[in-house]
Design a binder for this molecule. Structure first.
Ligand SMILES: Cc1cc2nc3c(=O)[nH]c(=O)nc-3n(C[C@H](O)[C@H](O)[C@H](O)COP(=O)(O)OP(=O)(O)OC[C@H]3O[C@@H](n4cnc5c(N)ncnc54)[C@H](O)[C@@H]3O)c2cc1C
Ligand code: FES
Length: 277
């Protein structure tokens, strides 16, 4: 059992949990994830490791409450425990000692971006970040990024924080103003990552993206997380989740992510109890 050490509501849809998980905390690196199960009669879901503290033996997860399992997780309180917390899974991010890197985090994508940016800063890389969200309430970890980054830019759909528009509007502006970046790391909805790549590819700025396809076993055995990268089949759980954004077949990823829409809807409206048991 894995005890919940701390829990915070970051906005109406997103929560942070600090979990006591000594084995995961000892080994994990930025870019890796865990697969957790809240209770015995529950499904396993993947969540990125948003932070870790090796001394305290804790791992932080940040999750958007979207469906059955994330709702169940959010009913758990400090002092209670969750049943399984398996990891670290996936490949650590390949962080290079570039001169200057731009991170782009859309919504809850800011969570997996944070440990990568923190590590780059520790490596002596200059880092700028663009954070985007529906409105200012949906921007998370802004203070954390502001503490470690050289510049943090914001984009909100309604203009309540930073530029009114998308993260890609800010990206275009920075590049038009002469901003030079050796790499871009974009994490967020697939549609956002594809839009970023559409800008960076013609300018030949290497761009890493983090894919979140449906995952089941997390060990490369079930094939659930199959993605096409550079014309080859890869499994995001063992070959990723980070990939070269220039090579990802985003259209296929989007089609596959929608495969279980109907079942997920049934769970959300409460028809999924038996299905999940
Ligand atoms: C490597 C990886 C890292 C992730 N990291 C985060 C994170 O840090 N924070 C966060 O909020 N979300 C993260 N996700 C997405 C998260 O796994 C889903 O939000 C979660 O599984 C939803 O489960 P649910 O039962 O609450 O919702 P459901 O109603 O079952 O599904 C809602 C949406 O979640 C996605 N989803 C559902 N089941 C899975 C699954 N087994 N694998 C992948 N996606 C699924 C689907 O896109 C679906 O449309 C990550 C996914 C992957 C693959
Ligand atoms: S989750 Fe099963 S192969 Fe990746």
């Amino acid at each position: 059992m894995y005890q919940i050490i701390d829990k915070k509501r970051l906005n109406e849809a997103v929560e942070l949990m600090v979990i006591h998980a000594p084995f995961v905390a000892r080994k994990c690196e930025p870019g890796q994830f865990v697969i957790l199960r809240v209770e015995e009669k529950g499904e396993r879901i993947p969540l990125t490791i948003a932070d870790y503290d090796r001394k305290k033996q804790t791992v932080t997860i940040i999750y958007q409450i979207v469906g059955y399992t994330t709702k169940l997780l959010s009913t758990k309180n400090i002092g209670e425990s969750i049943l399984d917390f398996v990891g670290p899974l996936g490949k650590p991010s390949e962080l290079k000692k570039y001169k200057r890197v731009l991170g782009i985090g859309g919504g809850v994508g800011a969570a997996p971006l944070y440990p990568q940016i923190r590590k780059l800063k520790e490596m002596g890389v200059e880092v700028d970040v663009i954070l985007g969200g529906r409105n200012k309430e949906f921007i998370i970890l802004d203070r954390e990024f502001e503490t470690i980054c050289d510049n943090v830019y914001y984009a909100t759909d309604d203009g309540t924080k930073g530029t009114k528009g998308f993260v890609t509007d800010v990206l275009n502006r920075l590049l038009d103003e002469g901003g030079i970046y050796d790499e871009v790391i974009a994490i967020g909805p697939l549609i956002m990552m594809r839009a970023v790549v559409n800008i960076t590819k013609p300018k030949n700025i290497p761009t890493a993206v983090s894919l979140n396809p449906i995952m089941i076993d997390g060990t490369g055995m079930c094939g659930g997380c199959r993605v096409t990268v550079g014309g080859e089949t890869k499994f995001a759980c063992v070959d990723g989740p980070d990939f070269d954004g220039f090579l990802v077949d985003f259209d296929e990823c989007m089609r596959r992510q929608g495969i279980y829409k109907e079942e997920e809807h049934s769970c959300r409206i409460g028809l999924g109890g038996e299905h999940h048991a």
